[in-house]
Design a protein around this ligand. Structure first.
Ligand code: MN
Length: 230
């Protein structure tokens, strides 16, 4: 007999897949902090290979299909962070760097929207980052492109424009920790499972948005992602 619930459970959060009718069910969303040297410096830190660190967003924070980004509550300083995203197809623990790409289903383009003022206060007081990072609608996400279609991503332009003006621009080759290294580190801390998404960090140029702004992101191989701030 299947379980009886007190109320209807939330639907499974999922992301569309390019060229597929099936959807990618999302289990967890991990994010890598400070993974481009220039961005690390702009946030006031030394990029010289400090170990990668991670935080999470919630699967129900996703915005799909180039949907609008509602300006969030409790902040006066919301920043865009354009990021390449890894979609895990096969889980594991202690995955070695040499085997890491076998665990990747595909890649997507995402925005790690950040209440920078609240994140800054959390940093200052030694409190957790959720208040700055894991709020409603904080994760606009494009469709997943399978690695079987584009191979694995180790280089390629990534940028974000706001109202047509370039704000962030770099290349995936500038990642401090590349895709296999991220998977190796993360899987030594948590058990990765199929359905996990990993946002790989943002290039320099993060800045505030305001209602009416249109964010347009791009990554070679992944196409564009658009979100209007409303
Ligand atoms: Mn980020």
């Amino acid at each position: 007999m299947s379980a009886q619930y007190l109320f209807a459970p939330q639907e499974v959060n999922s992301v569309g897949i390019k060229g597929e009718t099936k959807r990618f069910p999302v289990r967890r969303i991990y994010c890598v902090g400070r993974n481009y040297a220039e961005h690390t410096r702009e946030m006031g830190h030394d990029p010289d290979r400090e170990l990668p660190f991670f935080f999470n967003k919630n699967p129900d924070n996703l915005i799909l299909n180039n949907g609008d980004f509602p300006y969030p509550s409790a902040t006066k300083d919301v920043h865009h962070e354009i990021e390449m995203v890894i979609a895990i197809g096969t889980g594991g623990v202690n995955i070695p760097v040499e085997k890491a790409l076998d665990h990747v289903y595909g890649y997507a383009l995402g925005l790690d929207m950040t209440r920078r003022d609240l994140q800054g206060e959390a940093k200052k007081t030694g409190r957790p980052w959720e208040i700055g990072k894991a709020f409603e609608h904080s994760a606009p996400m494009g469709e997943i492109v399978p690695a079987s279609q584009i191979g694995h991503l180790s280089k390629g332009e990534i940028w974000l424009k706001v109202n047509g003006a370039v704000r962030q621009k770099s290349d995936l080759s500038q990642l401090i920790w590349n895709v296999p290294e991220i998977i190796a580190h993360l899987s030594a801390i948590f058990e990765l499972k199929a359905g996990d998404l990993i946002m790989t960090g943002t290039p320099a140029g993060v800045a505030a948005v305001k209602p009416g702004d249109v964010m347009e992101g791009y990554c070679e191989g992944l196409g564009t992602l658009t979100a209007k701030v409303v």
